[in-house]
Design a protein around this ligand. Sequence first.
Ligand SMILES: [Cu+2]
Length: 358
Amino acid sequence: MNNFYKTCLMAGTILSLSSFNANAQSCHENHATSPDAPISIMGDHTHAKGDWMVSYNAKRMHMQGNLQGSDSISPETIVTTISNPNAPPNTLRVVPTQMDMDMHMFGAMYGLSDKLTIMAMTMYMQKEMDHITFSGMMGTTRLGSFTTKSSGWGDTSITGIYNLYKAPKHNVNISLGISAPTGSIKEEDDVLTPLNTRPTLRLPYSMQLGSGTWDALPAIIYSGHKDKISWGAQYKATIRLESENSQQYQWGDTHKVTGWGGYKVSNELSINAIASYEKQGKITGSDANITAPVQTANPDNYGGKTIELGAGFVYAPDIPAIKGFEFGAQLNAPIYQDLNGVQMNRDWSIITKLSYRF
Ligand SMILES: [Cu+2]
């Protein structure tokens, strides 16, 4: 930890005791780290030269039920009205009802200079999807239900974050990352077929752990603050650098715009609210091993537009023994979804974060 940061902490402590923290504000800004940004925002800050940060984020995303475009659709309606281009007789016979995705993200940041910070990130994922299987080739007789699971390491990224502009109340960072296809795209599990057999099959795209392609991760982020109020906006994208992966398909690019506002309740605690718009393209190409009569096996049933709202907090305790630690949580839920084809409904997600600077 550098001396400047120690001085910052001391100044912050003294100033918070006197309940006047205008100088503490400019102090954390000079340290080039803003504790005000919501924890779901990655790459919001840079570090001073030689400073390290390690972080662990745990995210759970819960999906429940299905949507056709923006409208909710029942399993019985799916199997009687939605066609299946993968296999004769062109009907869907298996419907996902619920999905939970857990991501354990491990990150490290290092200030190469006061302007440029490098960030490495990897994640361990656990996915679980519940389904109903309908009996035979047609009709709405339920045969039974089953759950598929996949778990393992996902894709790994390295990102450079550059401080483009810094003024007392305003900050602009640009970043460019590259994501390596370290996550498996050949996960398998047992399924229950409409003919009451239980073969082991390649799982649909959404149950795989990586994209299979090298991807670029560009972003630009603006943040500002005045007294106890903070705000910001970020645009970030995931751009596929290869037209197909080893299994002959490509995930759609994603573009996401996020805005937020925060309020510093005390020198240790800030709360925030967040709104985001995300657009993702369809999957192009297809994996010849993914052919089950389920909507998730059809590349057309991927991508769409989602607007999400969220709220959270960031807590940086002012206790000498745990100096440098920061903890936060955030809950997000969509208020609008317009999804391509038929897809599972995104219900909510929760993120918690623990980070340590030294
Ligand atoms: Cu950091």
